[in-house]
Design a protein around this ligand. Structure first.
Ligand SMILES: CC(C)(COP(=O)(O)OP(=O)(O)OC[C@H]1O[C@@H](n2cnc3c(N)ncnc32)[C@H](O)[C@@H]1OP(=O)(O)O)[C@@H](O)C(=O)NCCC(=O)NCCS
Length: 149
């Protein structure tokens, strides 16, 4: 399978993201890709995943953006694709001159938690937690390495 990761730039890309979002997060509020910077993951020309970055919800010191969600369709999971999605946002943050990226995961989401550890993120406690109880908050400073191990 030939995977590629490209910026989402058109209305068609945004509607592909919403279709993927419904498949991966059927219970959650629908994503608004036009309100951030998003990437689509393609497998042999078909969209099979996405991720994005948007403005940070609170004025955390030095934090100027937050990762939104990662989605990889079943059938493509377990191939390291979420780590590719995380790294594209890290590279973007560096090139945009940001100091820090934030992210959140549910405490039961072992694959995501392991992937944040493996891409160099650290857990922190925000002054004003903005997600429900049981959320893990992550931060990554753009001066840190992109791979922990
Ligand atoms: C979470 C999600 C993005 C992971 O995507 P993925 O491309 O399969 O992830 P990767 O292949 O990069 O990594 C999966 C890692 O988790 C590990 N893993 C998988 N299931 C696991 C489990 N139940 N417990 C612990 N680790 C697990 C895998 O072994 C792999 O690690 P490894 O490469 O060291 O073996 C995908 O499952 C998904 O879209 N889920 C639905 C939406 C979601 O929960 N998104 C994340 C919240 S923002």
């Amino acid at each position: 399978m030939n995977y590629s990761l490209r910026p989402a730039t058109t209305a068609l890309h945004f509607s592909d993201i919403i279709i993927l979002d419904r498949a991966c997060f059927p219970e959650d509020e629908v994503i608004q890709p036009e309100k951030g910077v998003y990437w689509l993951l393609w497998a042999d020309g078909k969209p099979i995943g996405y991720t994005g970055v948007r403005d940070a919800p609170y004025d955390e010191p030095g934090a100027v953006a937050i990762r939104t969600r990662s989605c990889v369709l079943r059938g493509h999971r377990g191939k390291g694709l979420q780590r590719r999605l995380i790294r594209v946002s890290q590279r973007w943050a560096r090139s945009a001159g940001l100091k820090t990226l934030l992210a959140t995961t549910a405490c039961w989401n072992s694959p995501s938690i392991n992937n944040f550890i493996r891409t160099g993120w650290r857990v922190y406690q925000p002054a004003h937690p903005w997600m429900e109880k049981g959320t893990i908050y992550w931060r990554w400073a753009t001066t840190w390495p992109m791979r922990a191990w």
